[in-house]
Design a protein around this ligand. Structure first.
Ligand SMILES: NC(=O)c1ccc[n+]([C@@H]2O[C@H](COP(=O)([O-])OP(=O)(O)OC[C@H]3O[C@@H](n4cnc5c(N)ncnc54)[C@H](OP(=O)(O)O)[C@@H]3O)[C@@H](O)[C@H]2O)c1
Length: 243
């Protein structure tokens, strides 16, 4: 899909752009002809992203934004709309994991952090882009949940994470219902373990060939933001690889 420049000229906002999945997705979007507005927190990581995609690109513009801050998200979206006049797609890739404790031992800090980072971030970004998409009568929203959001297995000792990602599923489905007649689609992918450098280090003894390849996940994301996916909204799509 990437080589066909199927997203020529589309304005795509990507949060979590400097992350393991984000950087692959940004490179694929640029290869497909999209203009990418990348939300990032850390200047050095944004520079690494620019290097990763092959040097400074006109089609890649960075917005230093904490996406858990309503004011910063509003400023970012106003900045993109001011510059390009529209946002064709939003990819909410920001997310974080903390676990290891039963609910009985989960700290308030971990609960708040996960709900804020995984769920509030998606809510704020969706809410900020929806008015412009509604006015345009078109738009693509894609969120990222995680397997424990939809399966009991994997929830024990990851309860706060599972709840936050289950919230992402319900948020996406709700937006899909609310925008059913508007030309906007909202879909959600559900990764199992992604084959990232961090997971290769953290999960000793595992077989990474069973994990989902980020390039393959990017392919699904690009399809969901493409014109070809106009009739699909409210989907919750497993991307588990061979696990
Ligand atoms: N990796 C997996 O196995 C796995 C499994 C299931 C689901 N997922 C989900 O898939 C998505 C991508 O995962 P990943 O492995 O690529 O994650 P990652 O490498 O940890 O990247 C997370 C990204 O989110 C950004 N971020 C975090 N908090 C932020 C905030 N408050 N404001 C702005 N940016 C923020 C990070 O920025 P910094 O670079 O500044 O930290 C980073 O760019 C996430 O939603 C994750 O929950 C991942």
């Amino acid at each position: 899909m990437g080589s066909r420049r199927s997203l020529e000229g589309k304005i795509v906002l990507v949060t979590g752009a400097t992350g393991a999945l984000g950087r692959i997705v940004v490179r694929r979007l640029l290869d497909s002809g999209a203009v990418v507005a990348a939300a990032y927190r850390d200047e050095a990581k944004f520079q690494e992203l620019q290097d990763f995609v092959g040097g400074v690109k006109d089609a890649l513009i960075g917005f230093k934004t904490d996406v858990t801050s309503e004011a910063e998200v509003r400023q970012m979206v106003e900045g993109i709309l001011g510059r390009y006049g529209r946002i064709d797609a939003l990819l909410n890739l920001v997310g974080a994991y903390r676990g290891g404790a039963d609910i009985a031992a989960t700290s308030e800090d971990d609960w708040d952090f996960l709900l804020r980072t995984n769920l509030k971030s998606a809510f704020l970004c969706c809410r900020a882009v929806l008015p412009a998409m509604t006015k345009a009568g078109a738009g693509r929203i894609v969120c990222v949940a995680a397997r424990p959001a939809v399966e009991n297995k994997g929830r024990a000792k990851s309860g706060a994470y599972a709840v936050s990602k289950a919230g992402v599923v319900v948020l996406t489905e709700t937006i899909a219902e609310e925008t059913r007649k508007s030309g906007i689609t909202a879909n959600c992918i559900v990764p199992g373990t992604i084959d990232t450098p961090k997971n290769r280090t953290a999960i000793a003894g595992a077989d990474p060939s069973k994990w989902a390849d980020p390039e393959a996940i990017a392919e699904i994301l690009l399809f969901l933001v493409s014109d070809a996916a106009s009739v699909t909204s409210g989907a919750v799509i497993p991307v588990y690889g061979k696990s």
